[in-house]
Structures are given as C-alpha cells and as structure tokens.
Design a protein around this ligand. Structure first.
Ligand SMILES: NC(=O)c1ccc[n+]([C@@H]2O[C@H](COP(=O)([O-])OP(=O)(O)OC[C@H]3O[C@@H](n4cnc5c(N)ncnc54)[C@H](OP(=O)(O)O)[C@@H]3O)[C@@H](O)[C@H]2O)c1
Length: 289
C-alpha cells in the first residue's frame, strides 16, 4: 500500500447515527489485515435515504451498513438480495457490485447466532455459512419482541435446529405474523402472560424496551438450569432485562455488544472476503466503556 492509494470507502447510514460504534469496529478490523479503508457515520434525514446512497455510490463507495430506520428501504432499493436479506425482507448491509448493481444482505442473524454460540461454547466450523446446523439442538428458545431485529434473526436461529422457539410480544398479532412467515412445527407465538409455567434454555430480549429503561412484564421461573439470558441491546451498564434476569435465576447474562461486533464481521466478510478476529475487537470495546 503506498501513501497515494485511495482508501476503499464504507459508511453506516442511519438516523440518528452519531452514537454508532461501527466506524471504530470496522477500522479495528481493517487494521488486522492492513487494509486501507475509510469508514464514516453518515446521518441521513428520513426521506433522503435513496439519494444519500446514490451520492455515496457515485463518489466511489464500496459498501454500506444501514441502521434504524432504513433497513426496509435498503432492502427495497437493492436489485440483488442474499437469502438472509430475502427472508428478513430487510437489509443492514449493502454492497456496490462491479456491474453497478446494489446487493443487499442481512448480517444480524448470523451475528446473533455466532455470539450465542460463543457464549455457550458451541464450536463454529463453517467459516462462511449461516450457522452450525445442530448448534441449538436440545434447547428451548424464547424470543421477546417481534420487530425488525427479531425478523432479521429468525431464519439463522431456526437453522440451528432448536427444539422449540416461542416468540412472545406485547402485540401478539405481530408475533403471529412472524409465525406465518417463518412457520414450522417448532415455532409458536404468544403474549408475555402466556409464558407462566414455561421454562427456557435461551431467552433473547429483542424488544426495544431497554431503550426506554423498561422491560417486558415477564412471569417468574422462566429460566432452566444453565439458561442464558441475552439482551440484543448494549450499553455501558447492564440493561433492565439483564438485571431482572440475574435476580430471577439466569446463571449467564449477556448484552448485545457481541452481536454488534459479529454482525459487523459478517458485513466485512461480505464486502472483502476476509473474516476478522472478533474476540480482540470485543475486548478492546469493553476496555473503552
Ligand atoms: N446488538 C445488535 O447488533 C442489534 C442489532 C439490531 C437491533 N438491536 C436491538 O434490538 C432491539 C429491537 O430493535 P428493532 O429494530 O427490532 O425495533 P422495532 O422494530 O421498533 O421493534 C420493537 C419491538 O419491541 C417491542 N417493545 C417496544 N417497547 C416495549 C415495551 N416497553 N415493552 C415490551 N415490548 C416493547 C415492540 O412491541 P410491539 O410490537 O407491541 O410494539 C416490538 O416487538 C433494540 O434494542 C435494538 O437496539 C441490536
């Protein structure tokens, strides 16, 4: 690499986006490979997404991450879609291909499954695939929420063959809609109060309640021995869901920082065909907070 080489340009677009850790994460990935990249955070006003993407592409951009509220629009804008984007009908990653076409991908699901596997010491032998096919066999999984994030993670989660997946949501109809899309004998939908008397091995909070300092109204006794409680949200201190899970018997509790880093690594792989060392980046981020 000479000092005259232009960096490959990437960015994350969202509204708001100032809080995003994606630039720091991708620059750490690039350093691992001595890749010459630039990665910025671009705040885009609602209504201006398509124009912002086109401007970025014309200026030589190679790829984008997309966050709230543009994941559905990113999917619609793209001419090509990976299987995972198609299943989620939403995209968090765009790639500008050499033929000028925009290709959409969704890395949230592989990111979550990789992080859960890491936390449960389940080996991941397939570097490019969507997850170990039997990683969650024998596990009963509860997912709280039925919004965009849950929609994005369901297919990769189901591909890991858990014994059952229950989706519980405040608005039950939205959970039922997901059953209609991803349905199968092992997946069901309910409200929070219907969880009384049920126990789970993995409980994933995919609601945005933690953002408001709240948590879903869950009954006691939902954790099996050895259960993992996982909040997709992350922050400098434990979320309300994480605190509640600890108080109510979950032996392992984690936030979504690992998912964030893993989904970023999947994006990096999609753009550049290289798989970063995520553990080193997670350790660096934890040390900063
Ligand atoms: N770590 C990562 O890499 C990562 C990636 C993506 C998302 N996330 C996180 O995932 C979470 C969900 O994001 P999203 O994009 O799916 O949001 P979303 O599409 O707006 O969906 C929000 C969900 O939360 C539920 N909800 C909101 N407030 C609630 C409350 N007070 N009590 C109970 N349920 C409540 C909603 O229920 P109703 O259907 O009843 O409205 C809905 O199911 C956010 O915290 C986000 O930060 C993390």
């Amino acid at each position: 690499m000479s000092e005259f080489d232009m960096p490959d340009r990437y960015a994350v677009m969202g509204y708001p986006v100032g809080h995003s850790k994606s630039p720091a994460i991708h620059l750490m990935f690039a350093r691992q490979f001595k890749d010459n990249i630039e990665y910025t955070a671009i705040q885009v006003e609602p209504g201006g997404f398509a124009q912002a993407v086109e401007q970025f592409r014309i200026a030589g951009g190679c790829g984008l991450n997309v966050t709230v509220p543009f994941k559905l629009e990113a999917y619609s804008l793209a001419e090509l879609h990976t299987d995972l984007a198609q299943k989620a009908q939403a995209a968090n990653t765009l790639r500008f291909n050499h033929d000028g076409k925009i290709e959409a991908h969704n890395t949230d699901g592989p990111g979550l499954v990789r992080d859960l596997s890491r936390l449960m010491d389940i080996a991941w032998n397939d570097p490019a695939g969507s997850g170990p096919p039997s990683a969650f066999r024998g596990k009963n999984v509860l997912i709280l929420g039925a919004g965009g994030a849950v929609r994005g993670v369901l297919a990769p989660l189901l591909a890991c063959s858990p014994d059952s997946v229950v989706i519980a949501n405040r608005t039950i109809a939205r959970a039922q809609e997901l059953i209609g899309i991803f349905g199968g004998p092992t997946i069901s939908a309910c409200g929070f109060h219907d969880l009384c008397g049920q126990r789970f091995d993995i409980v994933i909070n995919g609601t945005s309640a933690s953002l408001q300092g709240e948590m879903p109204p869950l009954p006691m006794g939902i954790f099996n021995a050895g259960a993992l409680a996982y909040d997709m949200m992350y922050g400098d201190s434990p979320t309300p869901f994480m605190k509640w899970a600890r108080q109510h018997g979950a032996p392992s509790v984690a936030d979504g920082l690992g998912m964030l880093v893993e989904q970023a690594a999947e994006s990096y792989y999609f753009w550049r065909g290289k798989r970063p060392d995520t553990a080193a980046v997670m350790a660096a981020l934890r040390a900063r907070s």
